[in-house]
Structure formats: C-alpha cells, structure tokens
Ligand binder design. Structure first.
Ligand SMILES: NC(=O)c1ccc[n+]([C@@H]2O[C@H](COP(=O)([O-])OP(=O)(O)OC[C@H]3O[C@@H](n4cnc5c(N)ncnc54)[C@H](O)[C@@H]3O)[C@@H](O)[C@H]2O)c1
Length: 270
C-alpha cells in the first residue's frame, strides 16, 4: 500500500547492487511512494550488478561514483541536481566493504592497508558524501540523510571484524555532521541499525547463516527484512519525522534490548 509520502521529493541512492540489496528495496519503495532519484554505485559494481534493470523499472538515471573519491562525488551531486531539476531532499548511503573480511584476515591479524581501505569505503565515505552535498548547498531545508549500520558498533560480534570499528565511526559522523547540517541548513542525519540481512555484503561475514538464525530467535518480532528496512527509511525521508536527527535508530525486531529469549533458554536447558 502506498501513501504518496515522498511525492515531489528528489534524492540520491547509493549502493543498489542486486535485488537483495537494502538500497534496491529502498529504491523500489521510494518509487512507489512518489519520490524520484538518481542511482549511484562504484564503477566496478556497474559491471557486476544489475543496476540498469532497477533504473529502467523506476525511471531513474544511473551515475557511477566511487564513494571514496571526492571528485566523483562532487560530479555526482552537481549532475544529480541537473537531472532532478533542483536541490535534493533525501540521500541513502548504503555502502560497506571490508578488505580484511574479504581476505579472511582475523581481527587480531589485520593488514592495515586493508583496514584503511575498508574504513574509507564504509565510514569516511559518509563524511565525503555529506561534505560534497554541504559545499554545493545541494540539500533542501528539512531534507533527510540516512546511512545503514549494524549493532557491532556497540557490542562485540566476533566475526564482524573491522566492520565493527567502521560502523562506530560511521555513527559518530552522523552525529557530528548532523549537528552542523541541522544548525546551518535544517537537514537531518541519522543511521539505521539494521538486523542481519541476506545480501552480498551480509553474507560475506563469516558464520552469517548461524548468526541470522540466532538473531531471529533472539528478536521478539523476528529479524527485520530488507523490505522492512526500506519501509522504515521511507518514513525517515518523509515529512512525518522532521525533528528526528543525529540518532542511531535500531531497526532489529527488538534484538538490541533483549538479554535472552525463551527460545535460547530452551535450547540450553535439558
Ligand atoms: N546485510 C546485513 O546484514 C546488514 C546489516 C546491517 C547493516 N548493513 C549495511 O547495509 C549497507 C548495504 O549493504 P547490503 O547489505 O545491502 O549489501 P550490498 O552488498 O547489496 O550493498 C553494499 C554496496 O556497497 C557498494 N560499494 C562498495 N564499495 C563502494 C565504493 N567504493 N563506492 C560506492 N559504493 C560502494 C557495493 O557496490 C554495494 O552496492 C551497508 O552499509 C551494510 O554494512 C547490512
């Protein structure tokens, strides 16, 4: 069911790789709710993914940009304003990658140039995106910027590796930039801390299958799906959440506030 919540709103969506991507589901939902947008992803993802299908389906243009490169981001922001015919109302940062995770390096055996690359892609890129938007004065007042994060920023999940540190940094950037963006331009900045979700990035984490089942049993409402996350993000892009900013919002079926569930107790009882 659609409510036209984003009618007339324009945005940029980063990170739709394939139909499992959280950004893909969000793009479809935004389209359903009347929003228009430019899709962006790293140039290499253009070759691997199916972003052109999503573009055709939603009547969107695709602009490649490596989110670690300021010149790519500056070009993306100015081209997006041209294509969309004015300033931007919403931005989704749905980008993450750890080279240490990909190469199977344990947290106690990081290769630091891998760490630096992963941090740049997963965390600093959020600052770079916002700095590009801010300097170009590209956001409308009461615009909304969202990045996706995970609870390993607050609590230890051993296999999440250096992504935990990247997410802690990302959440801090949301607060710090959110202060200045709020004061100067009335733009809000939040992170959504999402349940484990079966996507390319999610499944790259060691032990993902066991972990997603555990989270399902621990969460009173069960895990939030990518579709649920898309719905929640639309609410944050809408005018109904105008005063929410600088928050890390848990979207996890209650997992983060559950000490233990009956299912888990039963599993360990005999
Ligand atoms: N899947 C999960 O379990 C889960 C849980 C919580 C948070 N998240 C977060 O959600 C976000 C989206 O991930 P997803 O699960 O949809 O997986 P995904 O693999 O579909 O998306 C990750 C995206 O990052 C893009 N990317 C990588 N390097 C880039 C670069 N240099 N420039 C621009 N884009 C780049 C990829 O091309 C891809 O589209 C990530 O921030 C991820 O950490 C995922």
């Amino acid at each position: 069911m659609a409510y036209n919540l984003l009618k007339g709103k324009k945005g940029i969506i980063f990170g739709a790789l394939d139909e499992n991507s959280i950004a893909w589901k969000t793009a479809e939902k935004i389209h359903e709710e009347g929003g228009t947008f430019v899709l962006s992803n790293a140039p290499i993802a253009m070759r691997m993914g199916q972003i052109k299908e999503l573009a055709a389906q939603t009547g969107s243009k695709v602009i490649p940009a490596d989110a670690t490169l300021q010149e790519d981001l500056d070009a993306l922001v100015s081209q997006s304003m041209e294509i969309l015919g004015g300033k931007i109302d919403f931005v989704l940062h749905s980008i993450g990658m750890s080279v240490n995770v990909r190469k199977g390096r344990h947290y106690t055996d990081e290769k630091y140039d891998f760490t630096t690359k992963g941090w740049d892609v997963s965390a600093l890129s959020f600052h770079k995106v916002m700095q590009s938007l801010y300097k170009a004065d590209a956001m409308n007042e009461w615009g909304s910027i969202v990045a996706l994060t995970y609870m390993a920023a607050q609590r230890v999940f051993p296999d999440y590796n250096d992504m935990a540190d990247n997410k802690a940094y990302l959440e801090s950037v949301a607060r710090s930039f959110g202060y200045f963006y709020g004061k100067e331009k009335k733009v809000r900045v939040n992170t959504i801390s999402q349940s484990p979700t079966p996507t390319t990035a999610g499944q790259g984490v060691k032990g993902f299958d066991g972990f997603i089942s555990y989270a399902e049993k621990m969460s009173p409402l069960g895990n939030a799906t990518a579709q649920d996350c898309a719905n929640y993000t639309v609410s944050l892009f809408s005018d109904l959440t105008k005063m929410v900013t600088m928050q890390n919002l848990f979207h996890d079926g209650g997992f983060s506030n559950t000490g233990v569930s009956q299912e888990v107790i039963d599993y360990f009882s005999n």
